[in-house]
Design a protein around this ligand. Structure first.
Ligand code: G4F
Length: 331
């Protein structure tokens, strides 16, 4: 008898993580559905990450901040696994925008879980948490036992999502869990994040279309991993012989923005000091302790480990941006 293919739903399928996860699940034989904003479906730039899976996935326009739309979506797809990745993912300390961040980053998590509970309680649910949930923590490295102390509205919304996920697991019996992911990068990273800002800045300087790059605090430190590896962890979490539980997903290694910058400019034999301008606009309050994840638990339980070196990530991003810009110049 033929085994029915698993049905997966990915929110934010056209983003960095969503697109890599779609490719991974298609390669494993899943039937993959994804949501994105209707306006994005008509914008070629927003579809570019999905080119490797075009024709192999089904996309549904859906506004996740609308409860009824989410309910109808779950009722139509009846997924076996739901990966909730959609979010306003840029971390800002501007509390003027707090209502919109809460509504985008918290409400959909709750709407999806409540629809799953009503319509398809066997569906497994993954929520994309963040190291920002630890925020101003006292402990470094952080693991699943570390107390949350979010300092941004983004971190607060993610922490609230974490607790609603835990509540649905413990009180409603839903297979629901949170991956507490640290920064993870790739050539599909959005241009607002510092790594992509650097790789595209280097590419422009190398090709002669820019003469400097403007950044904030280059002494800031991050635990940077490779996005295609992090989506593998997500799928493993929903297929965990130990059942649903939360995991920290990280490399356990830290690097400064300055080191990333140095590596990126060195890729094209340039010295970053000649091209860097600092701009106060991009400065953020510095952390009390360094955000560095301890991923021992997911290593022990699921055999997951981050492998790609920071040097390889930087090189891939810079070469990709050079190729992209060259391609654009030809058109
Ligand atoms: O690249 P970033 O903007 O990433 P951030 O804030 O750490 O957030 C990312 O990782 C989180 C953890 O996984 C996610 F929750 C979140 O959704 C997102 O994916 O900034 C990294 C560091 C910061 O310390 C920032 O202060 O780079 C520093 N930085 C220095 N100059 C800059 C700049 N960041 C940006 N975006 N732009 C700059 O010019």
């Amino acid at each position: 008898m033929k085994v029915r293919e698993k049905i997966a739903l990915i929110t934010g399928i056209n983003g960095q993580d969503g697109s890599y996860l779609a490719e991974h699940l298609v390669s494993l034989g899943y039937q993959v559905h994804g949501t994105m904003r209707l306006s994005s479906m008509h914008n070629a730039d927003k579809m570019v990450n999905l080119k490797n899976v075009s024709g192999k996935i089904k996309i549904h326009p859906c506004g996740l901040t609308d409860h009824l739309s989410v309910y109808k979506l779950i009722s139509k797809i009846k997924p076996d696994e739901c990966y909730h990745l959609a979010a306003a993912s840029f971390v800002s300390y501007d509390f003027n925008d707090e209502l919109s961040i809460i509504s985008t980053n918290f409400n959909p998590t709750h709407y999806l879980l409540s629809a799953i509970k009503e319509l398809v309680p066997s569906c497994k649910f993954y929520f994309s948490g963040s190291s920002e949930m630890f925020g101003n923590t006292d402990a470094s490295p952080q693991n699943e036992e570390t107390k949350f102390n979010p300092r941004s509205i983004y971190g607060i919304a993610k922490t609230s999502g974490f607790y609603v996920v835990r509540n649905y697991r413990e009180h409603h019996g839903i297979y629901a869990c949170t991956g507490i992911t640290y920064n993870h990068e790739s050539s599909r990273r959005d241009f607002s994040f510092v790594t992509r800002k650097i790789s595209t800045g280097v590419a422009k300087i190398y090709l002669g279309s820019a003469d400097h790059i403007e950044l904030g605090n280059i002494d800031a430190v991050r635990d940077w991993g490779y996005a295609p590896e992090y989506v593998v962890a997500m799928q493993k979490m929903l297929n965990n012989p130990k059942g649903p539980t939360d995991y920290v997903i990280s490399t356990g290694k830290t690097n400064s923005v300055k080191h990333f910058l140095d590596l990126a400019f060195s890729t094209v034999n340039l010295d970053y000091k000649k091209y860097l301008k600092t701009n106060d606009f991009f400065f953020r309050p510095s952390e009390k302790v360094i955000l560095r994840g301890d991923s021992q638990k997911i290593g022990d339980d699921l055999g997951w480990k981050s492998e790609k070196k920071i040097e390889e990530i930087v090189e891939e991003m810079v070469f990709n941006d050079i190729a992209l810009l060259k391609d654009r110049e030809k058109r």
